[in-house]
Design a protein around this ligand. Structure first.
Ligand code: ACO
Length: 352
C-alpha cells in the first residue's frame, strides 16, 4: 500500500467497516475468491482548454445555452501529437505511481475507448508497451460512455477467478476526432482525456474493495447514440450522432434503476453512500441522480463543468480529482454509474 491518500491518488487513511452481503464479491468457485482492491488512481487532461465562448465564436451557439442545458463551461482537447494511447500511458503511469506498484507487476491492461489509435494492435497494448509492461495480457473494450464500469467489472472477474493479481483499467478518449464540428447539438458536449485505476487481488472476505458491479446493454436502442462509421464502414464519415432528448430520458430512468440495483445487491440504502461519482455527461442528469439518492450536492463529484463529457474517461478522471484533493478517503463508500451508446449502462459500488 502506498503512502497517505490525500494528494497522491493512493487509497489509505481511516478505515470503516461494512456489514453487508455482496453478490458479485461471492466466491465464483469452491475456493475463497480474493477481494478486488482499488489501490491507485490517475488521470491526464490535455493542456489545451477550449471555452464555450470560443465555440460560440465559430458556431451558432452561446455560452448561456451550453451552461444552462449541460453545465459545461469548458473542455480539454488534444493537440496534434496526442492520442488515446499517449493519454492512456500518462493516466496509467500516474495510477501506478499512486498505488506504489511497478509496471512489471501488472498482469492485465484493460482499456475502454471508442476512439482507439488503430483497429489493432489494441490501444491497451500500446499503453502496456508505453508503460514498460512486458508480461500478462491486454485488450480494448467498447462500451462507449459506460466503458469504465464495464472495464472495472471485467478486470474484477479476472481477479476473482484467480487469473490476474494486478490489473490496470484505463478509459481514454479523443472524442474531438469523431465529432461533427458543424453539429452544434453534439460537438459542444464532449472533451478529451484519460483516467485509470489499479486493481489488485486482496484478502478474501475483505470489507473493502469492489463490492459489486452491474452491467446492462440493449442493442435495440443502438440508433439513439452512435458513431456512423469505422474502419469496417469507410463509406460512412465516422462521426457521432445522437438523439439527445431520447438519450436523456433513457439515462434518467436506467441510471436510477441501476443505482437501486447496486444498493439492493449489497443490502445498503441511500444513506450508506458517501460519494456519488457519476459519468459526467450532463449536470442535469447528475443532479437528478444526486437527488434520487438524497445526497447533498457536496457529496456528488462533478467535473462536467471543466472536462465536459470524456466518455469512458469521465468516471476515473472524476475519481482521480476527488481522491487527490482528499475528499474521497479510505473506507468511504463510492457509487459509480454510467450510460452510453449501445445503449450500455451500469453501476459499481466500491469501499475505498
Ligand atoms: N446551441 C444552441 N442551440 C442548440 C444547441 C447549441 N449547442 N444544440 C441544440 N440547440 C437547439 C436545437 O436546435 C433546438 O432548437 P429548436 O427548438 O429551434 O429546434 C433547441 O436547442 C432544443 O434542442 P433539444 O435537443 O431539444 O435540447 P435539450 O434541452 O434536449 O438539450 C441536450 C440537448 C443537452 C443534448 C440534452 O438532450 C442532453 O443532455 N441529452 C443527453 C445526451 C447526452 O448527454 N449525451 C452524451 C452521451 S450519452 C451519455 O453520456 C449519458
Amino acid at each position: 500500500m502506498a503512502s497517505d491518500g490525500a494528494g497522491d491518488g493512493a487509497m489509505s487513511g481511516a478505515s470503516s467497516r461494512l456489514a453487508a452481503a455482496s453478490t458479485a464479491a461471492a466466491s465464483p468457485g469452491p475456493w475463497p475468491a480474493p477481494s478486488v482492491q482499488l489501490v491507485g488512481v490517475g488521470g491526464y487532461l490535455p493542456p489545451r482548454v477550449v471555452t464555450n465562448h470560443e465555440l460560440a465564436a465559430r458556431l451558432d451557439t452561446s455560452d448561456a445555452w451550453i451552461r444552462e442545458r449541460t453545465g459545461i463551461v469548458q473542455r480539454h482537447l488534444v493537440g496534434p501529437g496526442e492520442t488515446a494511447a499517449s493519454m492512456g500511458i500518462a493516466a496509467g503511469r500516474a495510477a501506478l505511481e499512486a498505488a506504489g506498484i511497478e509496471a512489471g507487476e501488472v498482469d492485465a491492461v484493460i482499456l475502454a475507448t471508442s476512439t482507439p489509435d488503430q483497429a489493432f494492435p489494441a490501444t491497451a497494448l500500446r499503453v502496456q508497451a508505453g508503460l514498460g509492461i512486458e508480461r500478462g495480457f491486454g485488450f480494448d473494450l467498447s462500451a462507449a460512455c459506460s466503458g469504465f464500469i464495464f472495464g472495472l467489472s471485467t478486470a474484477a472477474a479476472f481477479i476473482r477467478a484467480g487469473q490476474v493479481r494486478t490489473a490496470l483499467v484505463v478509459g481514454s478518449e479523443v472524442y474531438s476526432r469523431i465529432l461533427d464540428w458543424q453539429d452544434r447539438s453534439t460537438c459542444v458536449l464532449f472533451g478529451d482525456g484519460a483516467g485509470a485505476v489499479v486493481l489488485r487481488a486482496g484478502e478474501a472476505g475483505s470489507e473493502r474493495g469492489l463490492l459489486s458491479s452491474h452491467l446492462h446493454a440493449d442493442g435495440r436502442t443502438g440508433d439513439l447514440l452512435f458513431i456512423d462509421g469505422a474502419v469496417g464502414r469507410p463509406d460512412q464519415p465516422g462521426v457521432l450522432r445522437m438523439n439527445g432528448r431520447e438519450v436523456f430520458r433513457h439515462a434518467v430512468t436506467k441510471l436510477s434503476a441501476s443505482v437501486d440495483e447496486a444498493l439492493a445487491a449489497n443490502g445498503l440504502g441511500h444513506a450508506d453512500v458517501d460519494w456519488l461519482v457519476p459519468h459526467q455527461a450532463n449536470k442535469r442528469i447528475i443532479d437528478a441522480m444526486g437527488k434520487k439518492l438524497a445526497l447533498p450536492p457536496e457529496r456528488v463529484i462533478v467535473t462536467v463543468d471543466r472536462h465536459a463529457n470524456t466518455s469512458a474517461a469521465s468516471i476515473p478522471l472524476a475519481l482521480n480529482e476527488a481522491v487527490r484533493d482528499g475528499r474521497i478517503r479510505r473506507g468511504d463508500l463510492v457509487l459509480m454509474e454510467a450510460l452510453g451508446g449501445g445503449l450500455t449502462w451500469g453501476s459499481a459500488l466500491v469501499r475505498m
